[in-house]
Design a protein around this ligand. Structure first.
Ligand code: MF3
Ligand code: CO
Length: 265
């Protein structure tokens, strides 16, 4: 990170809409391929083929040596899971995280999907995490405090008793996957700026059913919950405009909070 927040011009925003739009398409195609019996390595191979067919650059593959085509994190895995021989079963939740590079511009998005019959408490975690992302996005306006956007995630999930992961954060995005500023999912102790038109933000709540603590496995990447309880992750790339936040990775929502007795936005 360089310490500087790069504002995107309208022409650059148009390019980010393309990178983000493709990232969303790819995420949905991968989601549609997830069925009980498939391995996470199968999903990695499918992802490689999708990127190849679309002739799009993969933002994650070999990023700081990351070996996967996507991050695929099952149940208690929080983020950065690597495709392997693990079989996905009914009752699992699977977090999928995909990043694109189009014409030098980056798009980044993630979602957690239920596979087959998932227990109601875990579905609630999923729905609440996705809703918390939209509560945060809704505050993305010029002049708003970024710290308030961050605080909105924690404020929404706290009443459920869920744990907000603190070891990983969202980020600015543009010509690089990770730019300034950092975007934690809680009000940070350090100062965050006011939002300005042209800022591009990857907002990504990572929420645990139990405690917030995570640990990284011996592979150096896979983060899991310390207490073994499930974790959910949703992410959108969002740009500050004159009025409404522009979600460049827009796609249909995974979870319907109303059906789970959670108040929608
Ligand atoms: N969406 C995550 C992030 O923004 C995943 C990137 S990790 C990588 O940090 F190593 F796979 F690139
Ligand atoms: Co990200």
């Amino acid at each position: 990170m360089s310490g500087k927040i790069f504002l995107k011009s309208p022409g650059e925003v148009a390019k980010m809409q393309i990178a983000g739009g493709v990232a969303a398409e790819i995420l949905m195609e991968i989601g549609a391929a997830i069925k009980p019996g498939i391995t996470t390595k199968d999903v990695d191979v499918i992802t490689r083929e999708i990127f190849r067919n679309k002739k799009v650059g993969n933002a994650f593959y070999q990023y700081r040596g990351y070996p996967g085509q996507l991050c695929i994190s099952v149940n208690d895995e929080v983020v950065h899971g690597i495709g392997c021989s693990r079989v996905i079963n009914s009752g699992d939740i699977v977090s999928l995280d995909v990043g694109t590079i189009v014409d030098g511009w980056y798009g980044d998005n993630a979602m957690t999907i239920p596979v087959g019959d998932v227990d109601p408490e875990t579905l609630k975690l999923l729905a609440a995490t996705e809703e918390s992302l939209f509560r945060a996005i809704d505050l993305v306006r010029p002049g708003a405090m970024l710290a308030d956007v961050c605080a909105a995630v924690e404020a929404y999930v706290k009443p459920f008793g869920f744990g907000v992961v603190r070891d990983f954060v969202g980020h600015g995005i543009g010509r690089h996957l990770h730019e300034e500023p950092q975007i934690p999912n809680y009000r940070p102790s350090y100062k965050l700026p006011r939002l300005k038109k042209g800022m591009a933000l990857a907002i990504e709540p990572m929420i645990n059913a139990g405690k917030a603590q995570v640990k990284v496995l011996a592979d150096g990447w896979t983060a899991v919950t310390a207490d073994g309880k499930p974790s959910a992750h949703f992410e959108h790339t969002v740009i500050v405009t004159d009025d409404e936040p522009l979600i460049v990775t827009k796609r249909p929502r995974v979870a319907l909070p109303e059906q789970l007795g959670i108040a929608p936005l």
